[in-house]
Design a protein around this ligand. Structure first.
Ligand code: KMH
Ligand code: ZN
Length: 309
């Protein structure tokens, strides 16, 4: 989701023994893979921006696959996917999701992470069914959050059911954390239900959503300190927090998520022309930080995604 000044978010190996300890906060350190490289996730579409107002937004399957290829070249290793229907509206249609996973697998070697967040209007049943499309990974948000003028609902029973399903079907979850309370819920989830499929805890701090935690360096440091020990993490700064959150994440040893789901301005007054330029900028900053962009295979090793192509 991207926000500028709008009130509604504008557009917006498998191992049983894990490497993170659920109940011990602090010291969320990267594995050696995590220290040496930067995992860059691209979130190209989201569910909030309108194609009519943001023509560069990829909404068709062809546009999505082309975007995936250019972002791969630019340095992305993971793609976080929301899809649209024939009218460019957000959908969780299972047939379309399956076609999307297949087309992305044929066209790229990116790790394919489907959104289980969908749009704020999506029901829990449809969000659970996303896993039946057979992605490598999925997002899993650890709590309800005000989302601009709306509410992104993630009650505890739904979180548990979704987490349980990821284990049953062998999909690696990425824990989306919009607020500090979501981190407490992540600890509770790991304590109650154990380590995720893949055996490793990877989180994404989604910062700067109106209603969630702010996209500041101080907030990022506080959030990272509260993560489960051994977890790796990315950070996403929504809207104008995109660049400051990237700098903060790189300086704190984290990974990056960028894309038009989260920001549609490249700089003040300059709309994003395509997702690849956001990935290119992230990869350039990661290079300056001496942690160059990871390949998708390095990302698979870090995340515990065991599907090889
Ligand atoms: N579109 C937001 C309501 C996710 O992808 O898991 C939720 C979201 C999170 O984007
Ligand atoms: Zn999303």
């Amino acid at each position: 989701m991207t926000t500028h000044s709008t009130r509604r978010p504008a557009a917006g190996q498998s191992s049983a023994t894990g490497s993170a300890h659920a109940s011990s906060p602090g010291s969320a350190v990267a594995s050696s893979a995590g220290r040496d490289g930067t995992l860059i996730t691209v979130a190209p579409t989201g569910a909030e921006s309108d194609k009519a107002s943001v023509p560069a937004l990829p909404v068709t399957l062809d546009e999505l696959v082309t975007t995936a290829k250019t972002c791969r070249v630019a340095g992305a290793a993971v793609i976080h996917v929301h899809i649209r229907d024939e009218n460019a509206r957000p959908t969780l249609d299972l047939g379309r999701l399956k076609d999307t996973v297949q087309a992305l697998r044929e066209g790229t070697d990116l790790v394919i992470q489907l959104s289980t967040g969908g749009a704020v209007t999506d029901g829990f049943g449809a969000r659970l069914a996303v896993l039946d499309a057979g992605p490598d990974a999925c997002s899993l948000t650890c709590g309800t959050v005000n989302f601009g003028d709306e509410v992104f609902a993630n009650p505890w029973p739904f979180i548990c059911e979704l987490y349980g399903r990821t284990k049953e079907v062998g999909v690696v979850p990425e824990f989306e954390l919009f607020d500090m309370g979501h981190i407490a819920t992540l600890h509770r989830l790991l304590d109650d239900l154990g380590m995720p499929y893949g055996g490793h805890v990877h989180c994404d701090l989604v910062m700067g959503v109106p209603g969630g935690m702010p996209g500041t360096a101080a907030q990022l440091v506080q959030a990272v300190a509260a993560l489960p020990s051994g977890a790796t993490w990315s950070a996403t700064g929504v809207g104008r927090t995109s660049v400051p959150v990237m700098f903060a994440a790189l300086s704190a040893g984290g990974h990056l998520r960028v894309g038009m789901e989260d920001t549609i301005s490249f700089a003040r007054g300059r709309p994003v022309t395509d997702n690849a330029e956001l990935v290119e900028r992230a990869a350039a900053l990661a290079g300056l930080a001496q942690r160059p962009a990871m390949t998708p295979d390095q990302a698979r090793a870090l995340l515990g995604v065991n599907r090889s192509r």
